[in-house]
Structures are given as C-alpha cells and as structure tokens.
Design a protein around this ligand. Sequence first.
Ligand code: SAM
Length: 367
Amino acid sequence: MESLVFRGIVFNMSWEDPEMDRRAFRITPDDVVISITSAGCNPLNFLCQSPRKLISIDSNPAQTALLELKLAGIATLDHETFFDIFAARRPSRVTSVYRSRLRPCLSAKARSFWDKRLWMAARGVYQFGRMGLFCRILRAYLHTMLRPEQIDEFLDSRTLEEQRAWYNRHLAGRFWGPASKALIRFRPFMYLAGVHPRQFDLVDDRHDMFDYVKERIEYVLTQVPIYNNYFLSITVSGRFRGNYVPPYLLEENFETLKNNLDRVQVVNGWLGPYLDSLPPGSIHKFNLLDIFDWMTPEAFEATLHSVLRAAAPGATFIYRSGSYKLDPPTTILKHVTSHADLARELFATDRSATYGSFYVFSVNGKA
Ligand SMILES: C[S@@+](CC[C@H](N)C(=O)[O-])C[C@H]1O[C@@H](n2cnc3c(N)ncnc32)[C@H](O)[C@@H]1O
C-alpha cells in the first residue's frame, strides 16, 4: 500500500509552518541541520538561515528529485525566473531553461525523473503530485458551495473577527454535512493528502478522523490570521497571493541561498540507518516532520535512539503528529528535555491546519 500510494511526488509543497521551525531551532552559523526533504521547501527555508551544513534526506526519490530541481534553479537562474517556476507564476518558463541550465546540475536519478515529467513543473507543480490532485478535488468540491470571489473575500480578511463572521456565514452550517463526512472518511482521498495509512489509523482510532479534521480546519479558519497563510491560499485558490510565499521563494533570500549552496547535502534514503552512519554527536538540529506517524512504535523508538546517538549535546529535535499526543517512549524521555511551553506557543500559530500536536526537545548529556 505504501509503495502504491506514496510513489512519485506526493508532497508538492512542505506542509509544516516554517515560522514555527525557525523559532524552535534559532539556527546558528555553527549548526549542522538535518531535515526530512518532503517537497524541499523547509530544508531551503533553513538554508536561508545559513547553517554550517544542511543535510536533506527522504526515502522517496521523487521528493529528492523535486528538491534537486529547486537547487539547480537557485544555482543557475535569476530570482525572477526561479520565482516564475517554483511559485508557479509563469511555470512554463522551465521548458526553456531545463536542458541548458537545470539538467546539468541534476543527479542521474533526478534527470531520469524530470526528463519524463517536466510537464508537471511546466504546468505548475502545485497542481500535481498526490497533494496537487487532492487540492484540485477539494477546490471542485468547495466550488459547489462557494464562488471563487467569496473565497478571495475570505483570503482578504484582515481580522479574526472578519474571518469568523465569514466562516459562520458561508461554511459553519454547510460544509460539515454527510458529503464532507463521507469524503474525509474515504481513505484513498485522505491518502492523496499525504495521510499515511498508519497515520489514518493513529488519528481515527484516537480522535475520529472527521471530528479531528473539522476541529483543525475550524481552528485555522477562525483563530489564525489568514492574510499571510500561503498553505490555505495554495489549497483553496491553487496559487500564492503576492509575496505570501515560503521564505525560500522571497527575493530578499535569493542571494543568501546562492551563496549557501555548497553547504547542502541531498540524501535519498531512510533516516534511521543514515543517522547511524554519521559520526556520533555531529548533528545540532533535527527536523523530523510527522515521520513517526508513519512508523511502528518499535521503529519510532529505534529512530529516536539513532537521533540521540547522532545528536551533539544540547541538540534540538522537533516533530509533529496527526494525533493530539505522541510523546517519545520512556527510554528516550530520560535523555531529553521537553520544551512543551514553547511548542504549545508555536503550535497555536500553525497555519498548515494539518497536525494535532508539535514537539520541541533538546538532548541532555550523552545516552
Ligand atoms: C512524513 S512525510 C509527511 C510530510 C508532511 N505531512 C507534509 O505534508 O509535508 C514527509 C516525507 O517523509 C518521507 N519519509 C517518511 N518516513 C521516512 C524515513 N523514515 N526516512 C526518510 N524519509 C521518510 C516521505 O517520503 C515524505 O516525503
């Protein structure tokens, strides 16, 4: 099932709010950072903060190929062309620069991927991949209830009062009916959204998937400012709005990204074994997304032991979960310090509407 569902590009954008990561990590020029790649957005957001080294790893070669294409764009293009392609403002420009500029920078695996699928980037990567299909279906469904200008009216809201009034007027009483319940409970549809089968069980067994999704969506639509929420704008309108984009797409960061390219190492592989191949105590920041929701409890524990081994004293690791509570096992807890207040404060600002909980831990002395 995993290889069936999670083949090719699943995540066409990283669905973790980078502002939470930035404030949790406070990256310094001495830091070696390791991050799960997903769509590569957040690893590149970390690169904007000039760590000593950035390792970006993913088990899915298609996700790795997407990051490689972005890195090739940073290395060979000017910001306007880079933005046109990767913010999908004029994505078709990729066809005129692929062979001459981008392809020479790619690994053999990434070349064979993009040689056959460049049309995805040319038509706008946010329309494609599993996530792209999920969002297109969701938009078609939303348009059975709302006109595009009504959605724009919401995205233009400047206050939470305005957001709540709009939500109560247009969605609260209409959206959460039997059709939405059926859609949310239809596993293949949620798999398209990148919800791993184990993650679906984790959430549904504990919180009922429909109630969970309703609570998360209502929270973000009524409690978190919408005007700069690029996660929601790309989902419900299929495009970014102005300069409300992931930090790595901003012109002000482009020169820094170009100057930091030699600090990046891209790895296609599994996190646990890769961490075990590194010198002990060599990593300062670990960005683990929600990979533990994809794992068995045994793999969760084993991977965290690999994190402890690879962690420098005082290193920070962060992760998210679809469930409201996924604490590390006791064998790990005695070696780490939980920064629960900071995690709670940051989680309250989460614009992604995707997760039920967020964790910030620092590693004490050596295990
Ligand atoms: C955990 S998933 C979920 C991402 C997140 N929900 C999102 O929407 O961006 C993120 C990425 O982790 C990769 N992944 C999952 N488990 C992994 C592991 N143990 N080692 C390396 N990559 C992993 C997947 O291939 C996927 O691209």
